[in-house]
Every structure is written in C-alpha cells, then in structure tokens.
Design a protein around this ligand. Structure first.
Ligand code: FES
Ligand code: FE2
Length: 432
C-alpha cells in the first residue's frame, strides 16, 4: 500500500465536536501531574491544534524517512510532520533537504506523489519552479507580456523559496525540525542513540510499506510502544511462543531527559521464580498448550550476536524503530485530526542480506504491521480506549506502575516510567 494518502487531509474536528467543545471548558490537568492523563487530552480539538504548533512545529526532531528511500540524486518523497505535508529531496550534489510541501506563491501543494524523481520541483498552479534544495529558480511570466503584468521590479527570487527545515541523519534515519532551537540530533537522542546504532549497523534496503489508519488519538498510540508493562501481557504471541516473556532477561533504557526510550528482551534466558509462576498462570498471554502448525516464522538468527530477540525504541513525539527477531521496521506517527492517526510502517533489511535472510525478514514481517501476529492488538486497544473514553467529560488514566516519579534508572519492564516521562514533556511543551 502507498505509504501516505494526500487525497484525504486530516480532519481537524474531533470525533465528537460538541463533546470536545464541552471538554474545552474543563481543560484542567489533574493535580497529580504526570501520573495522570485526563481523557479530554485524547479528544479536544483546540488541544490538537496547539499540539501542532508547540510539539510538531516546536523544538523537536521528527522522523521523515530513510536515506535509502531517496537514494539517487533527484529522488524525493513526501511525508508528514503532524498535519503538515513536507518533502524530502536528494539534490544533484547528493545533499539531503527537507521543506514544506507548499508553494511560496499562493500555497498550492507542490507534489501529491509519495515518491518520485525530478530535476526541479514544479508547481502546477502558475508554474513557479524550485531547485531540489527549495530555492525559487523560475516564476512564469515574471517579466509580464507586451509590457504589461509581471512581478514588481523589486521581486527577488531569493526571498521566495520553499520553507526549509533543518535536517540531520543518524545511521540512515532522516529527521527534521522546524525550530532553530532544537539541539543537534545526537545530543537530543542521548543514550537512546546506542539503540539506533545497534540495529542500523549497515546500509539499509527498503523491503516494503504498510500504512494503518488507527481510529484513536496519536498520543494513545505513542504511549503504546513506550509501555513495556503491556508487551508481555496483551500480546499473547510473544509469551506463548517465547519471543518475549517477563521471566526473561530484559532492560529498559531512557535518555537522561526521559523523552526517548528503548527496551529489550533476550529470548531463551528464562528465570523461573515462584512469584512469576503465580502471576503468569493468571495471564491469557502465556499458553504452553498452543503450537504453530508452521513454526518457520519463529526461526530467527541472532544477527547482532547479543541474544536480543526484541528491541522496541521510541523517540518523542512520533517515531518507533523495532527489531522483532529478524523483522526490522520504522513506524511513523502521522496525525489525522484528534481522533485518527496514520501509522506508516517501513520494513527494511540490509543491502548485503542474502536471499535467505531477505526471505526470513519478509516471513517475520507477519509479526508486525497492521495485521501482525504481535502488533495487531496495539491498534485494537488504542481504538477500544478511544471508544471507552466516551465524551471525556470526566476521568483520567492512572500511571503509577513502578512508582510515581520520573526516575529513569532501573531495568524492570514492569514500569510505566517511560509513560510518566512522556506526559511530563508533553505537559511542559503544552504549558499545561
Ligand atoms: S501557487 Fe504555486 S505557482 Fe501559484
Ligand atoms: Fe504492543
């Protein structure tokens, strides 16, 4: 499936506009702070508009794609930061550039293509064209005709380029920011950059895409891959077939600001204990009686040599990198109004993978994505939660597993500290 759909702009109204208006009247954060998330924050239309300004156009880095997607000079892709369509280009000299997908003349969208190749960016409305670096190169009829019309004498091409974004890369990932104040990408990622370097160790090769429309607020999904507590409980496939269990060696690493996190599990490192046995017997997620007719999906190789079978990495506010066995993918959160989110999955391997490894990655792609054996439940619970919130007049979530603080230390996955840290940064950015 095409990784994005420009034909359907994000609806800026909430699922229930009248409810949203009522919620706005009581837009007060609970006194407990980041250990609670009020349910109106998942629905309120005014809050959603503020998020676009303060978070998506604010001082954060946003994932745009893989360098491998715009490999050749002249290639481009279009994608989103929040609701804003942006273009990522590879110029003739090999440099990468990011710019708003909007003509500097009268605001027309420059391209509706997800991917393409061009010598220049051309606006169909009045034929202004731009270099692949976003500079205006030609404005049609700028001198007028037969002495009439045309642009003013003081018109300077240099003043009318596309709006450019700052761009940085790490291990083949491309990030951009609207803000001059955002610290350099690696500094911003901090300790979590190690988790990126571990997985993206060689030049990448794209294997395919899957775009999933989730009928829930973007924050409901963003909380999910930060939530190591749910992983071995909700996802029955993980526990039943041993890819990830609470009883296995695992860890959780946050950067020192608490914005970003990754957690990991090592398959085959079972440590049985009395309290684990007692709890796991009550979980639906762990069923030793089930067997796969075709277990080939579970045949993975330890390509990193560290025994880690699952690593899920999340950066604030909308990016996920996963390694589930030999399945590798990025996930990009694209907001589509307060009540809808597109999750763009990009599956990849390495350029030097042999045919057997590529086949293995493709088979294990069935673990992830919109209908994945493991991840199918994530979108389902986000949507169930969005429905259960109802009119959001009252109520709040409770986020005290593993403590009430922002302490980033400790390795237990039985903790919601990454989620508390998310709400802390969210509240700060939004001035709540
Ligand atoms: S809007 Fe692009 S050339 Fe007029
Ligand atoms: Fe999950």
């Amino acid at each position: 499936m095409c990784p994005l759909d420009h034909s359907e702009p994000g609806p800026l109204s909430a699922n229930h506009p009248s409810d949203s208006t009522q919620a706005a009247a009581s837009r007060i954060w609970p006194s407990e702070g980041y250990t609670r998330a009020p349910y109106w924050v998942y629905q309120d239309a005014e809050t959603f508009l503020q998020e676009q300004e303060k978070i998506f156009r604010g001082p954060n880095w946003h994932y745009l794609g893989l360098e491998a997607e715009v490999k050749d000079p002249g290639s481009f892709k279009s994608t989103y930061i929040g609701e804003q369509s942006v273009i990522l280009t590879r110029a003739e000299d090999g440099s990468l550039h990011a710019m708003v997908n909007r003509c500097a003349h009268r605001g027309n969208m420059m391209t509706r293509e997800a991917f393409g190749s061009a010598k220049k960016l051309y606006c169909v409305y009045h034929a202004w064209s731009y270099t692949l670096k976003g500079d205006l190169s030609h404005a049609a009829f700028s001198q007028g005709l037969r002495g009439e019309g045309g642009l003013p004498k003081d018109f300077k091409h240099a003043d009318h380029g596309l709006q450019k974004l700052r761009l940085e890369t790490l291990c083949g990932l491309v990030f951009a920011t609207f803000s001059d104040e955002t610290v350099p990408l690696e500094e911003w990622l901090g300790e979590v950059a190690h988790g990126i370097r571990r997985v993206l160790k060689k030049p990448l090769k794209v294997l395919g895409y899957d775009t999933q429309r989730i009928h829930a607020n973007w924050k409901a999904y963003h909380e999910n891959p930060r939530d190591s507590y749910h992983a071995n409980i909700l996802h029955t496939f993980y526990g039943t077939f041993g890819l990830s269990r609470m009883s296995q060696e695992s860890g959780m690493i946050l950067d020192k600001t608490g914005r970003h996190v990754y957690f990991y599990t090592k398959a085959g490192t079972e440590k049985k204990s009395e309290d684990y046995e007692k709890t796991s017997s009550q979980l639906r997620s762990h069923n030793d009686g089930l067997k796969l007719e075709d277990p080939s999906i579970l045949k993975w190789t330890d390509e990193y040599g560290d025994g880690v079978s699952v690593q899920i990495l999340t950066t604030y506010p909308g990016f996920v990198l996963h390694q589930i066995a030999n399945s590798l993918a990025t996930r990009q959160i694209c907001t589509k109004g307060p009540g809808q989110t597109d999750l763009v999955w990009t599956y990849f391997g390495f350029e030097d993978d042999d045919a057997e490894m590529t086949e293995r990655r493709l088979v294990q792609t069935n673990l992830a994505g919109s209908a994945g054996m493991i991840s199918v439940e994530d979108a389902a619970v986000c949507e169930m939660m969005q429905h259960a919130i109802g009119d959001a007049q009252k109520g709040q979530s409770f986020i005290e597993m593993g403590g009430k603080d922002l302490d980033i230390s400790g390795s237990s996955k039985l903790s919601e500290r990454a989620i508390r840290n998310f709400w802390h940064h969210y509240k700060t950015d939004m001035n709540f």
